[in-house]
Design a protein around this ligand. Sequence first.
Ligand SMILES: [Zn+2]
Length: 403
Amino acid sequence: MSDRARMPGELIYEHAVQIEQVSDYGVALDRLLSGAATPPAEGARFDFHREGTVPSAKVEGTLNGAPYSAPKRTSMRLAAALLAVVASLVVGPSAALAAAAQHHDQVPGFYGLKVGDLEVTALFDGPGVFDQHWLKGTKARMGEVVKALHEDSHMLDGSETAFLVNTGKQLILVDAGSGTWWGGGAFGRLARSLRSAGYTPEEVDLVLVTHLHADHIGGLTTQDGRRVFPNAEVYVAKAENDFWLSPEIAAQAPKDAQRFFQSAQAIAAPYIKAGKWHTFSGSEPIVDGMHLVPLPGHTPGHTGYEFSSKAQKILFWGDIVHAQRVQLQHPEVTVVFDIDPIAAAATRNQLLPRLAREDVVIAGPHMLFPGLGRLLREGSGYSWTPVPFTDQWVENAPSPQKY
Ligand SMILES: [Zn+2]
């Protein structure tokens, strides 16, 4: 044990250390080192050199004076074990230097889910928070919100998410995130998330748009008027199209609403010019197995898209809920962006019971990422059950293993 006190801290900082009396340093290290051609014996000297971060580390050195390189298979584990051993040996100010470095890389911004035969992928556009002043309700209700926010400052956290549906025949994007048209650069990661999920913008055949607010269509078009999805046909409700793209209505709109009209027109323009902008006014079929669900109130032509496959259903519900911790318990709470708040609340009151009853999977652009979940009745309102995480694509989902 006295050897341990001699471990020089500055060498540890350089990720190189000489180890004596290997057997002293723990069973895990012994076991890992025994994978070497010459198993280390008592008194063996092992100099190791660690290159890169632990997940990609290469461990090389000498063992009893002979060149030693950990087999690739054990290299990562060896690097981690060596670091752990070193950290456990060092006391005092050097200890912090020996700790594993933090790794700030995150997982890519997508999450896939199977709904019948459909592959549905949530595409992260960015994290967001809903401003409490954007919520509208009775004075008493708003007082409760302020109080709850005081106790939990994350109560209004949400996300910007768009969704991709691969039907096997067509690649369909539902909404397109903010791009650079909303949020001052805080969003706009959709295309990157799409590529991370294994697709390219050129592969998208259709874009179904729930409504023409910039945070749902901004990702369609660059600021210089280029189509991000050059091969996609875009579909939007006629009532939505005729409202936001009307110069007459725009001219009469209040000043703070002007930017929504301007962005909708600029984003739509290159698709209209290319003949790739389409409207629907009833229940015309656009995609096999998908039907249109008019959800008016938030905007005049606000529309959900409900896909069914093998008795499973998923509804892309647009802006039915902006603040999940408030509006699911209290569906009567509206938002300042609702063009017709009474209709928006009525739509919510009509829709939520059906979704809870029919066990429909919901894809919500502002729910916490990945924005996929189900509703359960809870008291006089609803609670949100996110889809369970899995790191595998399960073709035929078995019953979950009990734990
Ligand atoms: Zn929105």
